[in-house]
Design a protein around this ligand. Structure first.
Ligand code: NAD
Length: 302
Protein backbone atom coordinates (compact mmCIF):
# COMPACT_ATOMS: atom_id res chain seq x y z
CA UNK A 1 0.00 0.00 0.00
CA UNK A 2 1.25 3.52 -0.86
CA UNK A 3 2.32 5.46 2.22
CA UNK A 4 0.17 8.45 3.10
CA UNK A 5 1.66 11.87 2.39
CA UNK A 6 2.92 14.01 5.26
CA UNK A 7 1.28 17.37 5.75
CA UNK A 8 2.08 20.69 7.41
CA UNK A 9 -1.05 22.71 8.28
CA UNK A 10 -0.39 26.39 8.99
CA UNK A 11 -3.20 28.40 10.62
CA UNK A 12 -5.19 26.36 13.12
CA UNK A 13 -8.07 28.78 13.71
CA UNK A 14 -11.82 28.27 13.49
CA UNK A 15 -11.44 26.58 10.10
CA UNK A 16 -7.88 25.26 10.14
CA UNK A 17 -8.05 23.31 13.38
CA UNK A 18 -11.03 21.13 12.41
CA UNK A 19 -9.61 20.66 8.90
CA UNK A 20 -6.22 19.57 10.26
CA UNK A 21 -7.97 17.35 12.81
CA UNK A 22 -9.89 15.56 10.05
CA UNK A 23 -6.62 14.84 8.26
CA UNK A 24 -5.15 13.39 11.47
CA UNK A 25 -8.28 11.24 11.86
CA UNK A 26 -7.93 10.10 8.24
CA UNK A 27 -4.49 8.72 9.06
CA UNK A 28 -2.23 11.47 7.74
CA UNK A 29 0.84 12.55 9.61
CA UNK A 30 0.03 16.22 10.29
CA UNK A 31 2.33 18.91 11.67
CA UNK A 32 0.44 21.97 12.90
CA UNK A 33 1.69 25.55 13.08
CA UNK A 34 -0.06 28.54 14.60
CA UNK A 35 1.09 31.72 16.29
CA UNK A 36 -1.38 30.83 19.05
CA UNK A 37 0.09 27.98 21.14
CA UNK A 38 -3.36 27.05 22.50
CA UNK A 39 -4.63 25.92 19.11
CA UNK A 40 -1.39 24.02 18.45
CA UNK A 41 -1.91 22.26 21.77
CA UNK A 42 -5.44 21.23 20.71
CA UNK A 43 -4.08 19.60 17.56
CA UNK A 44 -1.34 17.90 19.52
CA UNK A 45 -3.95 16.40 21.87
CA UNK A 46 -5.54 14.48 19.02
CA UNK A 47 -2.26 13.24 17.54
CA UNK A 48 -0.94 16.14 15.48
CA UNK A 49 2.73 17.09 15.73
CA UNK A 50 3.82 20.59 16.70
CA UNK A 51 6.86 22.70 17.57
CA UNK A 52 8.72 22.53 14.23
CA UNK A 53 9.43 25.99 12.75
CA UNK A 54 8.05 26.62 9.25
CA UNK A 55 11.45 26.95 7.56
CA UNK A 56 12.44 23.44 8.73
CA UNK A 57 9.01 21.89 8.44
CA UNK A 58 8.66 22.64 4.73
CA UNK A 59 11.74 20.48 4.08
CA UNK A 60 10.18 17.46 5.81
CA UNK A 61 6.66 17.21 4.37
CA UNK A 62 4.96 16.51 1.04
CA UNK A 63 2.15 19.08 1.36
CA UNK A 64 1.80 22.45 3.08
CA UNK A 65 -1.80 23.54 3.62
CA UNK A 66 -2.71 26.99 4.94
CA UNK A 67 -5.83 28.60 6.39
CA UNK A 68 -4.75 32.10 7.40
CA UNK A 69 -6.77 35.19 8.28
CA UNK A 70 -5.69 37.93 5.87
CA UNK A 71 -3.81 38.51 2.60
CA UNK A 72 -1.05 40.26 4.58
CA UNK A 73 -0.46 37.16 6.73
CA UNK A 74 -0.62 34.87 3.69
CA UNK A 75 1.95 37.02 1.91
CA UNK A 76 4.36 36.85 4.88
CA UNK A 77 3.90 33.13 5.45
CA UNK A 78 4.39 32.24 1.76
CA UNK A 79 6.80 34.91 0.53
CA UNK A 80 8.64 36.11 3.64
CA UNK A 81 12.29 35.42 4.44
CA UNK A 82 11.41 32.64 6.92
CA UNK A 83 8.40 31.67 4.85
CA UNK A 84 7.41 28.61 2.88
CA UNK A 85 8.69 29.28 -0.62
CA UNK A 86 12.14 30.62 0.31
CA UNK A 87 12.86 27.44 2.26
CA UNK A 88 10.97 24.74 0.35
CA UNK A 89 12.26 22.01 -1.93
CA UNK A 90 10.72 21.64 -5.39
CA UNK A 91 8.97 18.41 -4.37
CA UNK A 92 6.48 20.33 -2.22
CA UNK A 93 2.80 20.94 -3.03
CA UNK A 94 1.13 24.02 -1.52
CA UNK A 95 -2.62 24.51 -1.06
CA UNK A 96 -3.94 27.78 0.32
CA UNK A 97 -7.51 27.62 1.68
CA UNK A 98 -7.50 31.23 2.91
CA UNK A 99 -9.68 33.89 1.30
CA UNK A 100 -7.29 36.37 -0.29
CA UNK A 101 -7.22 38.30 -3.58
CA UNK A 102 -6.92 36.53 -6.95
CA UNK A 103 -3.85 38.71 -7.55
CA UNK A 104 -2.10 37.37 -4.47
CA UNK A 105 -2.94 33.80 -5.58
CA UNK A 106 -1.17 34.59 -8.84
CA UNK A 107 1.79 36.20 -7.09
CA UNK A 108 2.31 33.18 -4.80
CA UNK A 109 1.85 30.80 -7.75
CA UNK A 110 4.51 32.65 -9.76
CA UNK A 111 7.01 32.58 -6.85
CA UNK A 112 6.33 28.87 -6.30
CA UNK A 113 6.60 28.07 -10.00
CA UNK A 114 10.00 29.74 -10.20
CA UNK A 115 11.28 27.12 -7.74
CA UNK A 116 9.35 24.26 -9.37
CA UNK A 117 6.89 24.07 -6.46
CA UNK A 118 3.22 23.21 -7.09
CA UNK A 119 0.48 25.54 -5.80
CA UNK A 120 -3.31 25.66 -5.70
CA UNK A 121 -5.43 28.61 -4.57
CA UNK A 122 -8.37 26.78 -2.99
CA UNK A 123 -10.67 28.94 -0.85
CA UNK A 124 -13.48 27.16 0.95
CA UNK A 125 -17.08 27.71 1.96
CA UNK A 126 -19.28 25.84 4.40
CA UNK A 127 -18.46 27.53 7.70
CA UNK A 128 -17.01 25.94 10.81
CA UNK A 129 -19.64 23.18 10.78
CA UNK A 130 -18.55 22.21 7.26
CA UNK A 131 -14.92 22.17 8.37
CA UNK A 132 -15.81 19.91 11.31
CA UNK A 133 -17.98 17.56 9.22
CA UNK A 134 -15.58 17.46 6.26
CA UNK A 135 -18.31 18.78 3.96
CA UNK A 136 -16.71 22.01 2.74
CA UNK A 137 -17.10 23.38 -0.74
CA UNK A 138 -13.58 23.78 -2.14
CA UNK A 139 -13.03 26.16 -5.06
CA UNK A 140 -9.64 25.29 -6.49
CA UNK A 141 -7.69 27.16 -9.14
CA UNK A 142 -4.38 25.92 -10.52
CA UNK A 143 -2.92 23.23 -12.71
CA UNK A 144 -5.20 20.21 -13.18
CA UNK A 145 -2.32 17.82 -12.51
CA UNK A 146 -1.78 19.45 -9.11
CA UNK A 147 -5.49 19.37 -8.33
CA UNK A 148 -5.65 15.69 -9.20
CA UNK A 149 -2.65 14.79 -7.09
CA UNK A 150 -4.23 16.72 -4.17
CA UNK A 151 -7.63 15.06 -4.47
CA UNK A 152 -7.14 12.41 -1.74
CA UNK A 153 -6.52 15.26 0.74
CA UNK A 154 -9.30 17.51 -0.59
CA UNK A 155 -11.75 14.60 -0.35
CA UNK A 156 -11.11 14.35 3.40
CA UNK A 157 -11.91 18.04 3.86
CA UNK A 158 -14.77 18.68 1.49
CA UNK A 159 -17.82 17.27 -0.20
CA UNK A 160 -18.24 19.69 -3.11
CA UNK A 161 -14.92 19.89 -4.89
CA UNK A 162 -14.45 22.15 -7.89
CA UNK A 163 -11.46 22.54 -10.16
CA UNK A 164 -12.26 25.91 -11.72
CA UNK A 165 -9.42 26.41 -14.15
CA UNK A 166 -5.68 26.58 -14.59
CA UNK A 167 -5.40 30.10 -13.22
CA UNK A 168 -4.67 29.97 -9.46
CA UNK A 169 -7.09 32.86 -8.74
CA UNK A 170 -10.30 31.57 -10.36
CA UNK A 171 -11.55 29.88 -7.19
CA UNK A 172 -11.00 33.10 -5.30
CA UNK A 173 -13.07 35.13 -7.77
CA UNK A 174 -16.06 32.88 -7.08
CA UNK A 175 -15.36 32.76 -3.34
CA UNK A 176 -15.42 36.56 -3.14
CA UNK A 177 -18.77 36.65 -4.98
CA UNK A 178 -20.03 34.18 -2.37
CA UNK A 179 -18.90 36.40 0.48
CA UNK A 180 -20.30 39.54 -1.12
CA UNK A 181 -23.67 37.76 -1.05
CA UNK A 182 -23.06 36.60 2.53
CA UNK A 183 -22.59 40.28 3.41
CA UNK A 184 -25.97 41.14 1.82
CA UNK A 185 -27.82 38.28 3.51
CA UNK A 186 -26.27 38.88 6.93
CA UNK A 187 -27.38 42.50 6.93
CA UNK A 188 -30.79 41.50 5.48
CA UNK A 189 -31.34 38.99 8.29
CA UNK A 190 -30.29 41.57 10.88
CA UNK A 191 -32.67 44.20 9.50
CA UNK A 192 -35.58 41.82 8.87
CA UNK A 193 -35.50 40.06 12.25
CA UNK A 194 -35.05 43.32 14.17
CA UNK A 195 -37.94 44.95 12.26
CA UNK A 196 -40.21 41.95 12.93
CA UNK A 197 -39.41 42.13 16.63
CA UNK A 198 -40.07 45.87 16.66
CA UNK A 199 -43.49 45.06 15.26
CA UNK A 200 -44.06 42.53 18.06
CA UNK A 201 -43.62 39.32 16.06
CA UNK A 202 -41.77 36.45 17.75
CA UNK A 203 -38.46 35.89 15.88
CA UNK A 204 -38.93 32.09 16.02
CA UNK A 205 -42.24 32.55 14.22
CA UNK A 206 -40.58 34.71 11.57
CA UNK A 207 -37.92 32.03 11.14
CA UNK A 208 -40.43 29.16 10.88
CA UNK A 209 -42.47 30.95 8.22
CA UNK A 210 -39.57 32.33 6.20
CA UNK A 211 -37.81 28.98 6.29
CA UNK A 212 -40.50 27.72 3.91
CA UNK A 213 -40.69 30.98 1.95
CA UNK A 214 -38.47 32.76 -0.54
CA UNK A 215 -36.87 34.93 2.15
CA UNK A 216 -34.96 31.88 3.37
CA UNK A 217 -31.23 31.56 2.85
CA UNK A 218 -28.50 29.37 4.28
CA UNK A 219 -27.11 32.50 5.89
CA UNK A 220 -30.46 33.10 7.63
CA UNK A 221 -30.44 29.53 8.92
CA UNK A 222 -26.84 29.86 10.13
CA UNK A 223 -27.09 33.33 11.62
CA UNK A 224 -30.46 32.79 13.29
CA UNK A 225 -30.24 29.21 14.57
CA UNK A 226 -26.60 29.19 15.71
CA UNK A 227 -26.17 32.77 16.90
CA UNK A 228 -29.18 35.12 17.20
CA UNK A 229 -31.54 32.54 18.74
CA UNK A 230 -28.74 31.38 21.09
CA UNK A 231 -27.79 34.97 21.99
CA UNK A 232 -24.19 33.80 21.50
CA UNK A 233 -21.92 35.71 19.14
CA UNK A 234 -18.59 33.97 19.68
CA UNK A 235 -17.04 34.07 16.19
CA UNK A 236 -17.58 31.26 13.73
CA UNK A 237 -16.83 33.78 10.97
CA UNK A 238 -15.90 37.14 12.41
CA UNK A 239 -17.18 40.54 11.29
CA UNK A 240 -13.54 41.51 10.64
CA UNK A 241 -13.06 38.58 8.22
CA UNK A 242 -16.30 39.38 6.39
CA UNK A 243 -15.24 43.03 6.09
CA UNK A 244 -11.86 41.91 4.73
CA UNK A 245 -13.67 39.87 2.04
CA UNK A 246 -16.07 42.70 1.12
CA UNK A 247 -13.07 44.97 0.61
CA UNK A 248 -11.42 42.30 -1.54
CA UNK A 249 -14.63 42.00 -3.60
CA UNK A 250 -14.69 45.80 -3.96
CA UNK A 251 -11.09 45.77 -5.16
CA UNK A 252 -12.02 43.10 -7.71
CA UNK A 253 -14.97 45.23 -8.86
CA UNK A 254 -12.77 48.31 -9.23
CA UNK A 255 -10.22 46.40 -11.27
CA UNK A 256 -12.92 45.11 -13.62
CA UNK A 257 -14.76 48.45 -13.91
CA UNK A 258 -17.87 47.07 -12.14
CA UNK A 259 -20.21 48.87 -9.74
CA UNK A 260 -21.29 47.55 -6.32
CA UNK A 261 -23.98 49.99 -5.13
CA UNK A 262 -25.04 47.88 -2.12
CA UNK A 263 -21.57 46.38 -1.65
CA UNK A 264 -20.24 49.91 -1.04
CA UNK A 265 -22.83 50.48 1.68
CA UNK A 266 -22.06 47.11 3.22
CA UNK A 267 -18.41 48.09 3.61
CA UNK A 268 -19.55 51.20 5.53
CA UNK A 269 -21.99 49.18 7.66
CA UNK A 270 -19.49 46.47 8.66
CA UNK A 271 -16.74 49.06 9.19
CA UNK A 272 -19.09 50.78 11.61
CA UNK A 273 -19.78 47.41 13.29
CA UNK A 274 -16.05 46.76 13.70
CA UNK A 275 -15.55 50.30 15.05
CA UNK A 276 -18.31 49.69 17.57
CA UNK A 277 -16.48 46.63 18.94
CA UNK A 278 -18.19 43.84 16.97
CA UNK A 279 -15.14 43.05 14.81
CA UNK A 280 -13.99 39.93 16.70
CA UNK A 281 -17.55 38.70 17.19
CA UNK A 282 -19.44 36.58 14.69
CA UNK A 283 -20.73 38.51 11.65
CA UNK A 284 -24.32 37.77 12.78
CA UNK A 285 -23.76 40.26 15.62
CA UNK A 286 -24.73 43.11 13.27
CA UNK A 287 -28.24 42.14 14.39
CA UNK A 288 -27.32 43.62 17.81
CA UNK A 289 -26.60 46.94 16.11
CA UNK A 290 -30.03 46.89 14.49
CA UNK A 291 -31.58 46.16 17.88
CA UNK A 292 -29.67 49.04 19.38
CA UNK A 293 -30.73 51.33 16.55
CA UNK A 294 -34.36 50.28 16.95
CA UNK A 295 -34.07 50.54 20.70
CA UNK A 296 -35.65 47.10 21.07
CA UNK A 297 -36.34 45.28 24.29
CA UNK A 298 -34.39 41.98 24.46
CA UNK A 299 -37.50 39.78 24.26
CA UNK A 300 -40.72 40.36 22.36
CA UNK A 301 -43.74 38.20 21.69
CA UNK A 302 -46.08 37.28 18.88
P1 NAD B 1 -9.24 32.50 12.43
O1 NAD B 1 -8.85 33.91 12.72
O2 NAD B 1 -10.12 31.76 13.36
O3 NAD B 1 -7.91 31.60 12.24
C1 NAD B 1 -6.71 32.06 11.68
C2 NAD B 1 -5.58 31.38 12.46
O4 NAD B 1 -4.34 31.77 11.86
C3 NAD B 1 -5.51 31.81 13.94
O5 NAD B 1 -5.49 30.66 14.76
C4 NAD B 1 -4.23 32.62 14.03
O6 NAD B 1 -3.59 32.50 15.30
C5 NAD B 1 -3.41 31.98 12.92
N1 NAD B 1 -2.32 32.81 12.43
C6 NAD B 1 -2.30 34.15 12.23
N2 NAD B 1 -1.10 34.54 11.75
C7 NAD B 1 -0.35 33.41 11.64
C8 NAD B 1 0.97 33.14 11.19
N3 NAD B 1 1.76 34.12 10.76
N4 NAD B 1 1.42 31.86 11.21
C9 NAD B 1 0.63 30.85 11.66
N5 NAD B 1 -0.65 31.04 12.09
C10 NAD B 1 -1.11 32.31 12.07
O7 NAD B 1 -9.82 32.51 10.96
P2 NAD B 1 -10.78 31.42 10.29
O8 NAD B 1 -12.19 31.81 10.55
O9 NAD B 1 -10.29 30.07 10.60
O10 NAD B 1 -10.49 31.74 8.74
C11 NAD B 1 -9.29 31.36 8.09
C12 NAD B 1 -9.42 31.72 6.61
O11 NAD B 1 -10.53 30.99 6.05
C13 NAD B 1 -9.70 33.20 6.37
O12 NAD B 1 -9.05 33.61 5.20
C14 NAD B 1 -11.21 33.25 6.21
O13 NAD B 1 -11.62 34.36 5.44
C15 NAD B 1 -11.48 31.92 5.53
N6 NAD B 1 -12.81 31.32 5.77
C16 NAD B 1 -13.40 31.34 7.01
C17 NAD B 1 -14.65 30.73 7.19
C18 NAD B 1 -15.36 30.71 8.54
O14 NAD B 1 -16.57 30.38 8.58
N7 NAD B 1 -14.69 31.03 9.63
C19 NAD B 1 -15.30 30.11 6.11
C20 NAD B 1 -14.65 30.08 4.88
C21 NAD B 1 -13.42 30.70 4.71
Amino acid sequence: MQQKKTIAFIGLGNMGLPMASNLVKAGYSVYGVDTNPNTEEKLSQIGGKIDVPVELLVQQVDFVLTSLPTPQVVETVYLGEKGIIKNAPSSLTLIDFSTISPKLNEQVYAAAKEKGIDYLGAPVSGSVSGAIDGTLTIMAGGEKRVYEQSLPILEVLGENLFHLGESPGTGTVIKLLNNLMIGFYTQAVAEGVALGEQLGVNPDTIYDVLSVSFGQSRVYERNYKSFIAQNNYEAGFSTNLLLKDLKLAKQMALESGSQLPIGDQLIDLYTNAADKGYGQMDMSSVYLIMKELNNLNPVSQS
